[in-house]
Ligand binder design. Sequence first.
Ligand code: ZN
Length: 72
Amino acid sequence: MNFVVRSKSSGNEYNVQVYSTDDGPVITCDCPAGENGQYCKHRFALISGDEREVVEADAQVREIAALVAGSR
Ligand SMILES: [Zn+2]
């Protein structure tokens, strides 16, 4: 699943990708914090079902919560 999120504070757009692996769901973000391996606010927002900053999506944001709920 691919999502484009626009930051309210900076106006920059970031690509958030969600996919499942054998080890569980993986969520990546190409913002500076995400590339450092930190859990950035974009991913937290999507995990919690907050789609206010989503400008493009090829899936429902609520599908992320369902995916993450089944993992540790
Ligand atoms: Zn991010």
